[in-house]
Write a protein that binds this ligand. Sequence first.
Ligand SMILES: [Zn+2]
Length: 260
Amino acid sequence: MTGSPGVTRSPAASPRPGAAQRGRNPEVVDHGPRDRKQVALTFDADMTEAMLRNRTADYANGAVLDILERRGVAATFFLTGEWVRRYPDVTRRLAANPRWELANHSYNHRGFTPNCYRLGQVPPAEMTDDVARTFSVIEPYGGRQTRYFRFPGLCHDAAALTALAPLGVTVIRGDVVSGDPFATAYQPIVRAVLDKVQPGSIVIMHVTKANAPMTDQALGPILDGLTARGLVPVTVSELLATPPSTRASATASGPPGPAL
Ligand SMILES: [Zn+2]
């Protein structure tokens, strides 16, 4: 650990969002229910070994956070362990916002399959520890913790899923890829999102400023476009939660179940 996170844990809530049954291969989620006008904006915080060596580049996009805060927008952040270690203050800011939740994006953004772009590969025997170690870096910051995991480059296979089974994670992919890495203009990002987004969508963006320098400029028009479509950003936990109305009717019409 680097320093003391200094943010108190939120009151224990159970079950923790995204906590799947340990021992089973994790569920892989691309999107939420299509019958509610909600979407989840997700922001990945990549940090590779090469990025880590570049001490002058800024890989935390504070302008994205400013916009989300100013407009009171819910978001889910998929953090690599090395990004958290480099940006403890920004991580504290993420954890302190009650509309934001924290999720896991591996320790240092290596691939979990042999040929995941040019990300290298976590040796299969180390995959479980890589993800567990990342949770242990994120969890002391408190706030809204989850057991959600996103594979670097979205690359996974059966062996990778099996490796994560002991951790009780839910794998989150997405159905709207913004294409913000290495963008040179913001308009294509806005178009990519607004052309594909629909109720239940999980939108993939990045908060790694130097590697995704247009995301903050795209975010305002994206939020305006969502508003125009009547789509409300929520956290992934909220997107995937059983709506209260369904829960109530299930209780009323179904057989008595165990008290949860
Ligand atoms: Zn990533």
